[in-house]
Design a protein around this ligand. Structure first.
Ligand code: ADP
Ligand code: GLC
Length: 485
């Protein structure tokens, strides 16, 4: 079995969020399971600066309207030596951001990622044959379309994984010539979406199978509330859509071996967690009181993440005897509002605006409670990391948050966190208060912490589910070929 992942992020080379974590870890887990796996990724400037990459001698060239653009293909290694093919075109990818800056998206994203999908297909043709091209999110969503409708060099089946339906790759009709597709596909039945080109819609319609990253989100996206206008198209393909919950790479996220944190700890040896808490309180100049509950947030600062709910309740929250540490980057409006909080609440809150992996690990280890009030959450990884770190999640019951967190019941001792349903500051605050009420009961708190730490969300289960899906799509092809013969 040979599987090529086509994606715009992959750890350890580059990530802006969970997509990068998932692509890198899934590729590694598949390779350990005996699948011949590789990743195709844009050769961003920051990747070339930080990681050794060797030339492959391969060049790929593609047409974009009346332009011809080429790329050199380099090779780096990711998890367990899985090859990552880096598609290098400096006009498109030698920039400070992946998709844009804090002010907005790059204006030529249609061209950049049409180029990426086309170049990845050329690369696949030159390095294949591949059984499966596994595409992730809108940035690679043209690959299933072009693999079906394009020059037809590939026999590979395509899988489209939706990590976030809100980002679809929507572009004006004037970009259509870039795709090189017949105009008959610019209709609402195909790639048109209210007068615009929709890359992800193309991927949804033309991939052989669709997945998303939790069961709950797979159901939610069939509804107008979560479907972002694509619920109709998704319902059409519902038979081919599955939710496969992401795994977690416990080699990266494990308090027993984490190199970023002050002291290692684990179930049965929790003293190190107290040292991590003290370390972070010190770092942010917060009073070093072991019993004061410390709440943590590590998040992209985007509407998705429920930052407005946090801002609604932050004054009431910080009026209580607790501390809050926030690490995040994203929308300028949220960055500014959050950066202003410490001045208003000295000695109560620590804030870091930016992307800092080491600090993300430190917060996971130091906090008692982790907050994720997401408006929607396809899977969410931080709540799963939190469980392993004995940091109890308070989450909104949506998508993967709902699938992974079970509300704690003090009577039965079952559950690993605290959930709320209604998207309101009031509901969020009351869930936090429920958590705090259990926090002061040492015995009950130990219970909820232990329940979380005992859970196992390692990648092996998810990789096995993907493998089964790959076999299924390939099997379908084999059966169809037999029928035709
Ligand atoms: P999403 O992909 O929607 O951002 P996930 O919970 O799936 O949400 O994954 C987020 C990943 O990005 C986690 O690994 C998290 O630790 C990391 N992350 C998010 N924001 C930051 C930040 N400001 N600094 C460091 N890591 C971050
Ligand atoms: C997206 C989603 C997040 C998910 C991640 C990895 O960024 O927002 O919920 O965990 O992709 O699949």
């Amino acid at each position: 079995m040979k599987v090529l992942m086509i994606a715009s992020e992959c750890v350890p080379l580059i990530k802006t969020g969970g997509l990068g974590d998932v692509v890198g870890a899934l590729a590694g887990a598949l390779a350990r399971g005996g699948v011949q796996t590789a990743v195709a990724l844009p050769a961003y400037e920051s990747v070339l600066d930080k990681f050794p990459a060797e030339p492959t001698g391969l060049d790929v060239a593609v047409s974009l309207g009346d332009r011809r653009r080429s790329a050199a293909v380099l090779k780096a290694a990711v998890d367990g030596g899985v090859p990552a093919y880096l598609i290098r075109n400096d006009e498109y990818f030698a920039r400070s951001g992946l998709y844009g800056t804090a002010k907005g998206d790059y204006p030529d994203n249609a061209e950049r990622f049409a180029f990426f999908s086309k170049a990845a297909l050329e690369l696949a043709a030159a390095t294949g044959p591949w059984d499966v091209l596994h595409c992730h999110d809108w940035q690679s969503a043209l690959a299933p379309v072009l693999n079906r409708l394009g020059a037809g060099k590939q026999s590979a089946k395509t899988i489209m994984t939706i990590h976030n339906l809100a980002h679809q790759g929507l572009f004006p009709y004037s970009e259509w010539p870039l795709l090189g597709l017949d105009i008959k596909y610019f209709t609402p039945k195909h790639l048109e979406f209210y007068g615009k080109i929709n890359f992800l819609k193309g991927g949804i319609l033309f991939a052989d199978a669709l997945t998303t990253v939790s069961r709950k989100y797979a159901e939610e996206i069939l509804t107008p509330e979560y479907g972002c206008g694509l619920e109709g198209v998704l319902r059409e393909r519902q038979r081919n859509l599955r939710g496969i919950l992401n795994g977690v790479d416990y080699r990266e996220w494990n308090p027993e071996s984490d190199n970023f944190i002050k002291n290692n700890y684990g179930p049965g040896n929790m003293a190190g967690k107290a040292a991590c808490k003290q370390d972070l309180q010190q770092l942010y100049n917060l009073p070093q009181r072991p019993s004061t509950p410390l709440l943590g947030i590590v998040s992209r600062l985007a509407d998705q993440k429920g930052i407005d709910l946090l801002l609604d309740i932050v004054d009431q929250l910080l009026a209580m005897d607790l501390q809050l540490i926030i690490l995040g980057a994203g929308d300028e409006k949220y960055q500014e509002l959050i950066a202003a909080l410490p001045a208003a609440h000295p000695k109560r809150i620590g804030v870091e605006i930016g992307f800092d992996n080491a600090l993300a690990h430190k917060i996971e280890a130091a906090a008692d409670i982790f907050l994720m009030p997401s408006r929607y959450e396809p899977c969410g990884l931080n709540q799963i990391y939190s469980l392993k770190y004995g940091t109890v999640p308070v989450v909104r019951a949506t998508g993967g948050l709902d699938d992974t967190i079970e509300d704690f019941d003090p009577l039965s001792g079952k559950g690993n966190g605290f959930k709320f349903a209604e998207y309101s500051g009031e509901a969020f605050l009351s869930a936090i208060k429920r958590a705090l009420a259990v926090y002061v009961n040492e015995k009950a708190w130990k219970h909820v912490v232990a329940n979380g730490m005992a859970a196992d969300f390692s990648w092996e289960r998810a990789a096995a589910d993907y493998l089964q899906l790959y076999r299924q799509v390939i099997g379908v092809r084999a059966a169809a070929a037999q029928l035709r013969a």
